[in-house]
Design a protein around this ligand. Sequence first.
Ligand code: GUN
Ligand code: ZN
Length: 430
Amino acid sequence: MTGKRLILGQVLEFSGDPAREGSGAARHRRRGAVLVADGHIVAVDEADILRAAHPEAAVTDHGDHLILPGFIDAHAHYPQTAIIASWGKRLIDWLNSYTFPEEMRFGDPDYATRVAARYFDLVLSHGTTTVASYCTIHPESVEAFFAKAQARGLRMLAGKTCMDRDTAPEGLRDTAQSAYDDSKALLDRWHGVDRLSYIVTPRFSPTSTRGQLDALGTLWAEHPDCLMQTHLSEQTDEIAWMHSLYPEARDYLDTYEAHGLLGENGLYGHAIHLTPREIDRLAEVGAALVHCPTSNTFIGSGLFDMSLRARMRVGLATDTGGGSSFSMLRTMAAAYEIAQLRGTALHPSELIWLATGASAEALKLGDRIGRLAPGYEADMIALDLASTPAIAQAAARAEDIWQAIFPTIMMGDDRAIIQTYIAGQPVKPD
Ligand code: GUN
Ligand code: ZN
């Protein structure tokens, strides 16, 4: 075994979902250590024990900083990096005014490559080590994303966003056949290469024809180990629009179900305004939902129902650039606030789990990333729990780790990310 490294600090390990198992699912070590080698976690224990057992290991001591798994963003649009925080629109107008004009630019491989590079700089500096991203209709946008991710050794997931209806603008449309062909070619080229996974990606039923949904349902059936990602019931106006385009559909989910796009490896973003039938079907097939709280407040979509976690996997996501932050800390804060508006207080352990283990499970990667445990990939962060004066003075009153971490969840940003490790290697510039 080569390149042993011991990373010291406070350490939080989760054995499972604290919403199910209680906060006992998390174990806190005041002076802990993570031993990594060959890109993987070898052991997690008390610092003294691992130091004595591995005197040859290189040591990085993060002191009081908290070692956590890297954050996992289960739904984002890297091509929307430049239009984040665009003012004043709800979903459909926001897509037409800001998103689609920007996405048109990604047929240019140089532009796509520049934005992909900038996007990875941003997410890594915010402590996010895995993203499930939408690209644009252009294969070049997918190439750029995967090539940059591969060069940095990242575990990333993405797919070509497919749109062939005239509801999408001229210049940002493919066809049923080209969506199938291009997606298949990209899948064959990238899926399972290094740490990369391809996701079959119809944008949402309002911008696809039935023929395109069928074609992508066929592709998914041919590659059942792939994930499929799309948007579901984000805004009420969008649902009315969907019904006008698919008058035969019982509900929004039915537009996917009727075309082979409902399954256990399906990731359904937003999923705010669901009917009882949709909830039952999603639970029955074992699909995953993705909660995008900063987007839901920013675009004015609604309040996701966290109690759905009792019935299915739920991941957490920024949904940049509909979401208003690259930070999964800010995203946890928004999830907390939305749950409060629905009458539930999410415990800090649940918030951390949502951004790590739960998102990993939503992406079907719960056995590789999202936890600090032997055998897991060593994508990790060191988090400063006193990164600003406001946070430091609030955290100073803390009597346990949860009180110590909550001010950072609510008020923290990239200044709290002291270091990001990819496969055991530090990647944040000094
Ligand atoms: N629905 C369809 N496309 C999008 C998108 O790009 N962002 C959001 N928030 N919702 C969508
Ligand atoms: Zn989205």
